[in-house]
Write a protein that binds this ligand. Sequence first.
Ligand SMILES: [Zn+2]
Length: 208
Amino acid sequence: MHNPYTLPDWSGSDWADELESKMGIPVVVDNDAMGAAFGEFALGAGRSAEVMCLVMLGTGIGVAVVSRRFGALRGAGAFHPEAGHVLVSTEGERCYCGQVGCWEELCSGESIPRYWTTDDGIDWDAYARMLARGICNLSRSYAPNIIVFGGGVSDNFDDFAPWLRASFAEPDPMGRPEPPLFVRAELDQPGTTGAAYLADRAIRGDTR
Ligand SMILES: [Zn+2]
């Protein structure tokens, strides 16, 4: 496990091996967004997806990409790609990842009181406009047919989804016939369901 920013005490540990040796059963460790993505991909809002992006809008932004044909998109050395830290602006505070204007800094749940809340409440239109920049990056980079939103901010999915859909309503100059479908996660506990699914796959030798 390598995550010095958000899990410093666990980073560098290999507790899957440790748990396996103590419990005598196979142990699978994965990124939390990837677990949730597999839960939704197998049993939830991504059941019909050919390529699905899961966007977890929680304290941070976690992204995972899963393809029906190719499996999970993983980085070299099994490093999880951090698409939550793509740049969407030249403004904002410097993110812990070192960049200014990164998507997580500007659109995570923690960004809402800092950047998008006025005396009149949360400005969902302005938030959605910034959120759409990151979604556009995902759409261009991975060409998913379904983008699933999970995490605490997705409780307000109906407040920001119309603007997202509107921003993809024009014909795509790149020639893509249909925009991705934007949907909210369906499972109560997508991460837990996905973790069980990933463990089952690993036991069967499917490590895609
Ligand atoms: Zn960042």
